[in-house]
Ligand binder design. Structure first.
Ligand SMILES: Nc1ncnc2c1ncn2[C@@H]1O[C@H](COP(=O)(O)OP(=O)(O)OP(=O)(O)O)[C@@H](O)[C@H]1O
Length: 511
């Protein structure tokens, strides 16, 4: 007998396959695949006497390996003798919950570090070397053993299995089997819910960057890092870009706007194109906006050899409702377009029947038509914000950046006077860590005198560098060389700008 059903458990969608009648126990096996390659398998009571095997959909959010933290805490208390001490280097490349739990707590306060450094730089370097050599020892419930702990008065058992398929993308995966005695589904539900809550708490003040992961038949979004959001105020950009883009996205995400789209049956999506030379803040702006609106970022490399239309469709289909999809250097999608045109050239006998064939012909990356299908085809997720970036506006096919796909375009240009001032201020701001103790000693006691002097210098600096067609990244880099000496930064600026003028420029971006 084979029955296939979809079920919902604690908000997770499970694809359950009932395999047959159970002999001894009333239970079914349920396997939840989590986004970072760990799956959980748990046994719960199934009251009509059938045995089942369930697979969670691969993109369940909320229970990931890094979020099983709580289970580990309980295990620590419950079965100390089952724990296994391991040095960090024993572990695999992909981080597992047992491995990175304390990482956030070990970071020293930068000011204290600086104090130690100033006391004796030699001791400081030596202590860093020691820190690196002495691996933190962490305790984990050992694999292939049963661990018991009490949870809400109920005995729970946890079993960690390494994944048997070695040398595959699952090498670092493991599965967890959680048993509850005596088959209490409610306790398991509560436990898993608590795990989700712990996870939410841990990532509360961070945004997560997911990358499209493609390996053979497996396509999923994999969390690569979680980081505190970058403040928009750290970006030196014209207000029409900074506020303009933020306001536009905020307005789009508002419930009123969503209702407006729904009433008119319009697809509820918005796209942006950020273009300009490298180092002008396109990616930084995307991260800052994501942080401000608490949106996670989903990004995929369009020129990945493994990417084809099917995998891109799958990725787009599995996006959450509220998120930013970041496609960087989107002009790479045009590479396939060029090949496509060449193939269709009248002088060329080759015929391209469909986009899949087109991909095969190109051998690498995604074709333009496939990308367009994903952006606004039926598969495209509603509610998402698409941000495309490019250094080469002139290379983009007009179809990619027409309204509806890129509703707004923002030109990230070389630094103007206002932005140059802002960068200078940010660098020599008294509160900034860049200002070392040397300048602190020199600095006038009166705070306003210091600020006046920086203000005046920033004006002079801005007048010089704004003539030079320089990017914010270049200016930051230049200022790094003078972080103790704002006056020198200004007096050397003219020579630096002249030098840069003679150096080859990044390609200008055609409007
Ligand atoms: N307008 C800006 N204000 C402050 N810092 C900036 C600005 N623009 C760039 N930077 C700094 O320069 C570095 C590179 O910026 P970023 O990656 O955002 O540029 P980009 O335009 O996306 O470049 P690319 O086109 O090469 O991807 C970052 O460290 C960022 O902090």
């Amino acid at each position: 007998m084979q029955i296939h059903v979809m079920a919902k458990l604690q908000g997770l969608v499970l694809d359950i396959q009932l395999l047959g009648e159970i002999a001894e126990f009333e239970r079914y096996d349920c396997t939840v695949w989590t986004p970072d390659f760990v799956f959980m398998k748990f046994y719960v009571r199934y009251n009509n006497g059938l045995k089942g095997y369930a697979y969670g959909c691969p993109l369940i959010h909320g229970i990931a390996s890094s979020e099983l933290h709580l289970l580990k805490l309980h295990c620590k208390i419950g079965v100390a003798k089952g724990l296994l001490g391991e040095e960090e280097w024993c572990y695999h490349a992909i981080s597992l919950p047992w491995q990175n739990e304390d990482d956030e707590d070990t970071d020293e306060d930068p000011l204290e570090e600086q104090e130690r450094f100033e006391k004796s730089s030699e001791d400081f370097w030596f202590s860093l070397k020691k820190q690196q050599d002495i691996k933190p020892i962490r305790y984990t419930p050992s694999q292939n053993k049963l661990h018991f702990f009490l949870y809400q008065g109920c005995l729970i058992a946890l079993y960690r299995h390494p994944h048997e398929k070695q040398n595959s993308w699952l090498t670092n995966a493991e599965s967890f089997t959680i048993y509850s005695f005596l088959w209490s589904k409610e306790v398991l539900d509560t436990l898993l819910k608590e795990v989700q809550q712990v996870s939410i708490q841990r990532h509360r003040n961070k945004i997560t960057i997911f990358r499209g992961f493609i390996k053979r038949d497996t396509v999923s979004w994999v969390p690569t890092k979680s980081k505190p959001p970058r403040s928009l105020s750290t970006l030196a950009l014209p207000l029409e870009i900074k506020n303009g883009m933020l306001n536009d996205i905020e307005a789009f995400l508002s419930p009123k706007e969503r209702a407006f789209y729904e009433r008119r049956g319009m697809p509820y999506r918005r796209g942006y194109l950020l273009y300009g030379p490298p180092g002008t803040g396109k990616s930084s702006m995307c991260f800052a906006i994501a942080g401000r609106l608490w949106l996670d970022i989903y990004t995929v490399s369009l020129n990945s050899q493994k990417l084809n239309e099917d995998s891109l469709v799958s990725l787009f289909q599995s996006l959450p409702r509220r998120c930013i999809v970041l496609l960087e250097d989107v002009d790479n999608a045009g590479i396939s377009q060029d090949a496509h045109r060449r193939m269709k050239d009248p002088g060329n006998t080759g015929r391209v029947e469909n986009s899949r064939q087109e991909n095969e012909l190109d051998g690498a990356g995604i074709s333009l038509s496939a990308l367009l299908n994903c952006i606004d085809g039926v598969a495209a997720q509603e509610g998402r914000i698409l941000i495309m970036t490019t250094n080469h506006l002139e290379k983009l096919d007009p179809a990619l950046i027409r309204e509806g796909r890129a509703d707004k375009r923002y030109h990230f240009d070389f630094v103007d006077t206002m932005s140059a001032k802002q960068l200078f201020h940010a660098f020599f701001d008294k509160a900034s860590l860049f200002v070392s103790s040397i300048s602190a000693e020199r600095e006038p006691n009166d705070r306003s005198t210091w600020e006046d002097s920086i203000s005046q210098l920033s004006g002079q600096f801005a007048d010089i560098v704004s003539l030079g067609q320089l990017t914010a990244a270049e200016i930051n880099n230049y200022l790094m060389g003078f972080r103790d000496n704002p006056e020198m930064a200004v007096s050397n600026a003219l020579d630096w700008v002249r030098g840069r003028r003679e150096a080859p420029k990044p390609a200008a971006v055609a409007e």
